[in-house]
Design a protein around this ligand. Sequence first.
Ligand code: G3P
Length: 217
Amino acid sequence: MKFFIDSANLDEIKKVAEWGLVDGVTTNPSLLAKEGRGFKDTICAIADLIDGPISAEVVSTTSDEMLKEAHTVASWHPNVVVKIPFIPEGMRVVRQLSEEGIKTNVTLLFTLNQALIAAKAGATFLSNFVGRVDDLGGEGMVAVQDTVNMVHTYDFKSEVLVASIRSPQTIVESVRAGAHIATIPFKVLELMYKHPLTDKGLQSFLDDWKRSGLTIE
Ligand code: G3P
């Protein structure tokens, strides 16, 4: 499974880059707005930190304007993936960009039908949102499993990217579903490392070693 970090915060991205675990980055207008840095400046700074796909989202909703914005953000760095919201106009743009060889990440997917249309349009990544469905008492992973099955059934080249992640359990369920990628918020990635028995066990090893008087040499 590929790990993307779902963030536009350079400190977070720098830290996880040092952990050597991150395969890419996804941003969105809300994450960028939180950072208060320029869009291009932030994306280029991320490209200096991570050698992998970096999703940068268009903010227009007409196909002409989305296509213009897509070409602009794609020109910033070879690793930029153009993020397009799932609207009919957007799928036309995804088709066009796919024919031009520009990678796309279709975002705000909640159903199998939406993912199927995005895959047929030629999306590189299909961003199935889980947390926002779960927040409403639904089961966001159902559409993820359906989308994974769909991609395999029809041999689509699109990769299923689990997004809107609230807890490490979603990563577990994403692995079970066979999703290709999870885009993980920094705090959730930190939590994935933690277990009290790991901490307790290590402390016990080190205490016993210290008492033994043994040395490595
Ligand atoms: O960036 C796409 C997605 O992961 C954002 O999800 O629900 O945390 O805003 P959310």
